[in-house]
Design a protein around this ligand. Structure first.
Ligand code: PDD
Length: 276
């Protein structure tokens, strides 16, 4: 098993990291997770675009071009012989003595690894239980940063309550999941939080919205209050790793139960058709 460190492929067992990397001190870095189907990364162009946008929002330079990055990532997939799985890649701001104030002189450090994806069959067919809790994260959730403590804390809280995902409530409105976006269905219309600073604009979310519109579903991107959950016909989450996972129950700050409904199933089938 190999990993990437800057522009080198290194055996995982021999990989080392610099002590003064700002990724360690400040979580000062950004990342992407892309899914590999039949040896090919899905929507890599959108992942690279989002990585570039995260870098710009954080005033972080790219150490080399997207083309080089893609070549390196494809090389890693080949080397690790990944047919189906996930590829994780990140940029930290680089190495310099610890100081909140960065100098703009460090060179960002690029790392990447591959890992198997989880078995999704049961989750996609029967759905998941989600835990509604407060969104305790910062106000730049649009940036895909390594700083994930808010997400990590609510994910643990949801698991400790027997759920597979945390759904987040900011000031009475639902934003997204701890590592996914949320959609509700009511009378065949899809509802999801708009891509503001309060959510990560998921690649799966973007692909799904385009797909739904193509098949004449109406998609409303507006914030909705938590109690709307009680009146929805169907609900599901989207992410690179779970694709589209129906929600069967909501617990925590509110209780609701859903069937895996026709709109969710239809969109799951149409999404599968996009995959290699
Ligand atoms: N998580 N919202 C948050 C907060 C996320 O962390 C993610 C992805 C998403 C969905 O985005 P996408 O469809 O681009 O995967 C939404 C990744 C998979 C992770 O952190 O592992």
């Amino acid at each position: 098993d190999y990993i990437i460190y800057n522009q080198e492929l290194v055996p995982r067992s021999e990989a080392t990291i610099q002590f003064d990397d700002r990724g360690y001190y400040f979580g000062d870095g950004i990342y992407e997770v892309a899914k590999i189907y039949e040896g090919k990364p899905f929507a890599m162009d959108l992942h690279l675009k989002r990585l570039r946008s995260s870098a710009e929002k954080l005033d972080m330079a790219f150490p080399f071009s997207e083309t080089t990055m893609t070549e390196l990532l494809l090389h890693l997939l080949q080397k690790n012989n990944v047919k189906n799985g996930l590829i994780y890649f990140q940029l930290t701001r680089g190495v310099e003595p610890r100081n909140h104030l960065y100098t703009r002189k460090s060179i960002p450090v690029f790392t990447a690894f591959t890992q198997p994806s989880q078995d999704l069959k049961d989750m996609q067919k029967n759905g998941i239980d989600v835990w509604l809790t407060d969104d305790i994260r910062w106000l730049r959730c649009d940036i895909k940063t390594l700083n994930l403590l808010g997400n990590v804390m609510v994910k643990r809280e949801s698991a400790d309550n027997g759920c597979q995902e945390a759904i987040l409530n900011r000031d009475g409105f639902i934003t997204e999941g701890s590592s996914s976006n949320l959609f509700l269905v009511k009378d065949k219309v899809l509802y999801t939080h708009p891509a503001t600073n309060l959510i990560l604009n998921g690649i799966t979310r973007q692909v799904l919205i385009n797909l739904a519109k193509k098949y004449d579903y109406k998609v409303v991107e507006e914030p909705f209050p938590v109690d709307v959950l009680e009146h929805a016909d169907e609900a599901f989450i989207t992410s690179t790793s779970v694709e589209i996972a129906p929600i069967k129950s909501v617990r925590g700050q509110l209780s609701a139960n859903f069937e895996v409904g026709p709109v969710t199933k239809d969109l799951q089938n149409k999404f599968k058709e996009l995959l290699p």
